[in-house]
Design a protein. Structure first.
Length: 396
């Protein structure tokens, strides 16, 4: 035990106070006294280390004082020795229940007083050291937590910059492919946004929607390996040209293959599968039903929708409703019926996701307008075939 401690002695009898003060003051402790319970409460301070409390005092007795002390967080663990002439079992039980730590019987014995006081002061010193250690630990934890939060924020910011640089590289790669065709960078944005809406509508996890919608922008990256003469041809493709055009799915998958990036891996799956059809008549592998990766099925729907509702050099865009009616004819043949139904049910959200410049540029044909009769093709979307090439869009 280091240094003098502050001890409060409470007794309504002056002689008792003076006797206890003399015993303890000789040990170098700072002694304060109180004559009743109310004065005890008034004289207590954060520096008080021990209370010697008489049981029988006028007005507010020792048990009343204990009730107040233990109800106050400031004094809830203050060591208290009750000094009493009562020795009955009931009195001691009541005192223990009130929170008293120890007892000294009257008349007091100096040796007993010193032993019991030293024991309680050692306990108080241990409690104080524990509190200091806890406070130091809490401060250290708070400091370290703050440092970790700042480090995490810096790491997240760095990861965000890296991811944005990654995405920017992908966008530029995709744009390089799109510039060979008649599509624009707005097509890439629309495909990504439409895919995100459809992914959320299908109740897919947020992280998967984020990855899938970004990866969907790479669906036609393989067009970079297709001759521009074929991509920009205004008339129908020959059989050989169509076969060559269809290799863009494999080329795209080859470009994206072998990456450790989850985003690139997702892009590879979409590139190779977005021209597969639900009934197995698509390419390049003739996959059918659930064998087609889900994001390939998602991309098939949004890509055709975007092709039909976008302006082409050889035709006006269809209205959203007209495009949806045309696509509905291939529900269960070209398109996964569930994916198509969810897409159709969330058409308002699809419209809301459309970038303003694209929306402003697309002056849609009224629903009642006749479809063009001359064959044409768009290389950015899968074919919509109902008993042969559709007169409005013949895609590969």
């Amino acid at each position: 035990m280091t240094g003098p401690r502050r001890i409060l002695i409470a007794d309504d009898v002056l002689g008792n106070r003076e006797l206890l003060a003399a015993m303890l003051g000789g040990l170098g402790h700072d002694i304060d006294t109180a004559t009743d319970g109310r004065e005890v409460l008034a004289r207590l301070s954060p520096d008080t280390d021990l209370l010697l409390l008489d049981l029988l005092m006028p007005g507010m007795n020792g048990l009343d004082v204990m009730s107040c002390l233990r109800a106050d967080a400031r004094w809830s663990d203050l060591p208290v020795i009750m000094v009493t002439a009562r020795e009955s079992r009931e009195d001691r039980l009541r005192a223990v229940e009130s929170g008293v730590n120890d007892f000294i019987a009257k008349p007091v014995d100096r040796a007993e007083v010193l032993v019991r006081v030293r024991a309680q002061l050692r306990m108080k010193e241990a409690q104080d050291e524990l509190k200091r250690s806890r406070a130091d630990l809490e401060e250290a934890v708070a400091t370290r937590t703050s440092e970790l939060r700042h480090a995490l924020a810096d790491m997240q910011a760095a990861e965000a910059k890296t991811r944005e640089a990654h995405l920017d590289t992908i966008r530029r790669l995709v744009l390089a492919a799109e510039l060979k065709d008649s599509d624009t960078s707005e097509h890439i944005v629309r495909i990504s946004r439409y895919s995100a809406v459809l992914g959320r509508a299908l109740s897919l996890p947020a992280a998967e929607v984020e990855t899938g919608s970004q990866a969907a922008t790479m669906h036609d990256v393989g067009k970079i390996g297709i001759p521009s003469a074929i991509l920009r041809k205004r008339g129908p493709l020959t059989a050989d040209e169509r076969d060559l055009m269809q290799t863009h799915a494999v080329i795209g998958a080859h470009i994206l293959a072998g990456s450790s990036s989850e985003l690139m891996q997702a892009g590879e799956r979409i590139a190779i599968s977005h021209h597969e059809k639900w009934d197995g008549t698509g390419y390049p592998h003739g996959l059918a039903g659930d064998a087609i990766p889900l994001w390939g099925r998602i991309c098939a729907v949004v890509d055709v929708f975007d092709a039909l509702t976008s302006r082409r050099p050889y035709r006006q865009p269809l209205s959203d409703a007209a495009a949806l009616d045309m696509m509905r004819q291939d529900r269960g043949r070209h398109f996964d019926p569930h994916v198509f139904d969810v897409f159709a049910a969330h058409l308002d959200e699809i419209r809301a996701a459309r970038p303003e410049p694209a929306a402003a540029a697309n002056h849609s044909v009224p629903d009642s307008a006749p479809l063009p009769s001359s064959p044409a093709h768009s290389h950015s979307a899968p074919p919509v075939l109902v008993g042969g090439p559709h007169p409005c869009v013949d895609t590969v």
